[in-house]
Write a protein that binds this ligand. Structure first.
Ligand code: PNS
Length: 162
């Protein structure tokens, strides 16, 4: 069998242990993962794309076959151009499903060979999201269990008084 590569797109603002868990699971199924730091139309990011790339890179094992890139434009166009036909997305709960289903079908409309593979993160992370992590950190809660150390450190720098 040839080398099989999969794309893992997302906002990753910031990356959580749930995302890292999904990457680890995807690496059991694919030879290489390309993490794509993308913009979500409906979210204003806290961290720049460059920072988000750095956080993912620093949260991975040094020898992991994972590349982290910034996505400009459409995911489907990137996939087509690079001839990659698998997209990985994490699915935590039924509430994620509607948006994920729409995206999977839209992506396949744009590039018919593109399949979306949903992976479920470890139970410990099913209630963890970048949005909640930021909110809890901003209001002084402890988020160190849910994010890689580099992210915990950066969030403490931004919200120092706690
Ligand atoms: O982590 P998120 O915010 O749920 O990820 C959503 C994301 C970034 C994967 C999605 O918004 C996306 O694919 N953006 C790239 C531009 C694109 O292709 N948009 C059309 C998606 S059907």
């Amino acid at each position: 069998m040839g080398m099989k590569c999969a794309l893992y797109p997302g906002s990753f603002d910031p990356v959580t242990k749930g995302h890292i868990d999904v990457i680890d699971r995807a690496l059991e199924l694919f030879n290489e993962i390309i993490v794509l730091i993308a913009e979500n139309e409906s979210k204003i990011p806290l961290f720049s794309s460059k920072e988000r790339v750095e956080f993912v890179q620093q949260s991975l094992r040094k020898d992991a076959p994972v590349r982290v890139l910034i996505l400009e434009g459409l995911l489907a166009d990137f996939a087509k151009k690079n001839q990659i036909n698998v997209v990985i997305r994490g699915l935590r709960a039924v509430s994620d499903f509607e948006f994920e289903f729409q995206m999977a079908l839209m992506n396949r409309h744009l590039y018919p060979k593109l399949e979306t593979v949903f992976l479920t993160p470890k139970e410990d992370y099913t209630y963890v999201s970048s949005r909640l992590v930021k909110e809890v950190a901003r209001l002084g809660g402890n988020i160190s269990k849910f994010v890689p150390p580099i992210v915990a450190m950066k969030l403490k720098e931004i919200y120092p008084c706690h």
